[in-house]
Design a protein around this ligand. Structure first.
Ligand SMILES: [Cu+2]
Length: 396
């Protein structure tokens, strides 16, 4: 369908009229006193916003089209009178130059305003390496962005069509092809290798020995935390053993499970190597702690882990940010369902002494109800295990 046909089509015009009517209706409704409840008002505000911008875009497009028509008529009149018409090549060239300047200012504005909102101060030992990688990537891509934009719009302006110049048709040039293939390939290789080494350093940043092991299990829509008891070991998990009382499916055949603790807040001692053992029970979730430059997926059936060393306590961060309510947070960074936004846990980095005091107050995972279910858990009869797995199978 040609453009003219599209413009003349009755369907397009009706659609346009419907949009304009909707926009006008919403704008008028906005002026009326808001009598409806907050939820309804929020929804109406959203649609008013969308309709308003669609309407604004259409009005701007019409203005440009009308201006174009007026200029065309002026151009034809000039030519009919034997005068020189508008030099469209110059108009386009100047438009390109204006676009370059305005666009570059827009990019600069965006960098100065949004740039400061990017990432907070790194609060983990490996955070600096990740930040260096981000900064290097940003600087390199920024240079490429500025150079290519200047070349693109600058050439269109400097070499705009003119009576004195004839365009040169360049069908193929091997040198140019080689340059724009090899240069990006080299730059990207540097970035990828740099990223690879940084990631390797992050993964090997701490020793396995002396790690504080913490289990983080994601499910729709919360995180469950399990800390090791006095033995420093976490008992193994087995999803077949999941019951309402044993919601993580901890295997109590292993004695190291007996003293495990459950916690509501992820409390971490500062300067201590922490190993988060990440599990998921239903769909893919993702452990995301932006202050610690940490993100690792939680995949059902595939336990993952992330090791890191927190370096700034919550109290220090409160002073640094001048925010007495500051808290580190653990988010879920995968859109995992309707209440995904609920998946937040407070993370508190404290001194070793504070941590010892806190951990001594935590409740054992092996609750009274669970003890009853496991018949004191000492020697779990085979029938019990079978009954538990049957229950899970029935639930599924
Ligand atoms: Cu999630």
């Amino acid at each position: 369908m040609g453009f003219k046909h599209l413009i003349n089509s009755k369907k397009t015009l009706s659609l346009l009229a419907a949009f304009v009517l909707l926009g006008t209706n919403q704008l008028m409704a906005q002026a009326a006193p808001a009598a409806a409840d907050t939820a309804a008002a929020d929804k109406s505000a959203m649609w008013t916003g969308v309709a308003y911008y669609v309407l604004l875009f259409l009005v701007a497009s019409f203005c440009v089209a009308i201006l174009g028509k007026i200029l065309r008529v002026f151009d034809l009149t000039q030519k009919m009178q034997g005068k020189k018409g508008i030099n469209w090549s110059s108009v386009m060239g100047v438009c390109c130059a204006i676009f370059l300047v305005v666009g570059m200012y827009g990019a600069y504005w965006s960098l100065t305003v949004q740039g400061s909102m990017s990432l907070p101060e790194a609060a983990s030992a490996h955070g600096g390496a990740i930040d260096n990688m981000f900064t290097t990537t940003t600087i390199l891509t920024l240079i490429v962005f500025v150079v290519t934009q200047i070349l693109l719009f600058g050439f269109a302006f400097v070499y705009r069509g003119s009576d004195k110049r004839k365009a040169y048709f360049l069908p193929h040039n091997n040198t140019i092809e080689k340059i724009w293939t090899i240069v990006p390939a080299v730059v990207l290789t540097i970035l990828v290798v740099f990223g690879f080494f940084t990631w390797q350093k992050v993964e090997n940043s701490t020793e396995q020995k002396g790690d504080l092991n913490i289990d983080v299990t994601g499910h729709q829509f919360a995180w469950e935390l399990r800390y090791p008891g006095a033995d420093g070991k976490l008992g193994p998990l087995n999803f077949r053993l999941t019951t309402p009382a044993n919601k993580l499916g901890v295997d109590f055949k292993d004695r190291s499970s007996f003293d495990d603790l459950s916690a509501d807040t992820l409390v971490l001692p500062v300067h201590q190597s922490v190993r988060l053992n990440i599990h998921a029970q239903d769909v893919i979730h993702s452990v995301y702690m932006p202050h610690f430059r940490l993100q690792q997926n939680a995949v059902p059936g595939l336990p993952t882990f992330f090791k890191f060393v927190p370096t700034i306590t919550t109290a220090e961060m409160k002073r640094k940010t001048d925010n007495p309510n500051f808290e580190y947070l653990l988010y879920c960074n995968k859109i995992c369902g309707g209440a995904h936004y609920n998946m937040q846990k407070v993370v508190r980095v404290v001194s070793q002494a504070e941590y010892q005091e806190w951990i001594s107050k935590q409740k054992p995972y092996l609750s009274d109800q669970l003890k009853k279910e496991l018949h004191l858990a000492d020697a779990r009869p085979a029938g019990q295990v079978k009954a538990a797995s049957n229950r899970l199978a029935l639930n599924n």
